[in-house]
Write a protein that binds this ligand. Structure first.
Ligand code: ZN
Length: 276
């Protein structure tokens, strides 16, 4: 299932795999002036293609915010149809050429998103030009090591990939580095944003305020968690006390997406960026 929303010249293609006719999780791709940002998951490839056709969108360039399977799965088909050369951060080239296979994905990822087909890509430079727009490529690791945000200064547009989600986002995957993501979020929160386009959220915010709130929320969480840790509490107890009980996501993902991962990650010292 998909829906189209327009924000001036920016077209959002909002897609969701469905189960028994209901949307499971939403993922966004954006189009502006021939540039497509991300290409959705395996289960939504037909939606993406239909939306592009329905809206008569020319796809001349394709850039990925990162190479998680829910952002790159339409790419192989777009390469075949439009002859585009996908671009990602240099650290994502491998993820694009050799994406995780169906077998390698945990069950919940297979169920929600599906596995992406491999595609060949190129490394992004410092800027992406599309029509009269000029996007700065900002490396923002933490959610993923190859994660980037796109910033169009004159328009005040920020395409924040998976860094924003929600101001009180309190669960992360075990492979994420929340302490590193916090630094990346601080960088983006300082920008004079006029429209904040998130890769999953429905809401398009008109400033960087929600990002600032998320930074404050995670900073406080880290501080409080460190305080409780010094009193001898375990990470599990700290998580329960500060963020409450586990919910559906912990259950559905067998703990791969959890509140405890966030607390654990924030408490861990920020390591050598080479290790991210
Ligand atoms: Zn992601």
């Amino acid at each position: 299932m998909y829906q189209i929303d327009r924000f001036g010249p920016v077209v959002r293609i909002r897609m969701a795999p469905t189960f028994l006719g209901r949307p499971l999780l939403w993922v966004n791709a954006f189009w502006v002036a021939g540039l497509l940002i991300d290409s959705g998951c395996r289960h939504t490839v037909p939606d993406l293609l239909q939306a592009i056709e329905q809206e008569g969108l020319r796809v001349e360039q394709l850039v990925h915010t990162h190479t998680d399977e829910d952002h790159i799965a339409g790419t192989a088909e777009l390469v075949r149809r439009f002859g585009v050369r996908p671009r990602v951060h240099a650290l994502g080239l491998k993820g694009l050429t050799i994406p995780e296979t169906k077998k390698e994905l945990q069950l919940y990822r297979r169920f929600f998103w599906g596995a992406a087909e491999p595609s060949r890509g190129e490394a992004l430079g410092d800027f992406v030009e599309a029509g009269t727009y000029r996007f700065e490529v900002i490396h923002t690791p933490g959610h993923a090591r190859d994660h980037i945000a796109l910033w169009e200064e004159r328009e005040g547009w920020l395409f924040s990939g998976d860094l924003m989600l929600s101001p009180r986002h309190d669960r992360v995957r075990s492979v994420e580095e929340p302490a590193v993501a916090l630094e990346s979020m601080r960088t983006l929160a300082a920008l004079p944003v006029r429209q904040l386009f998130c890769s999953h959220a429905w809401r398009v915010h008109e400033s960087a305020e929600p990002l600032k709130h998320k930074v404050t929320f995670w900073e406080r969480l880290r501080q409080d968690a460190a305080g409780l840790q010094s009193q001898g509490l375990s990470v599990r107890e700290i998580t329960r006390r500060l963020l409450g009980k586990n919910g559906f996501m912990e259950w559905a993902t067998l703990g791969d997406v959890s509140k405890q991962n966030l607390v654990n990650g924030l408490l861990r010292a920020v390591g050598d960026p080479q290790r991210l």
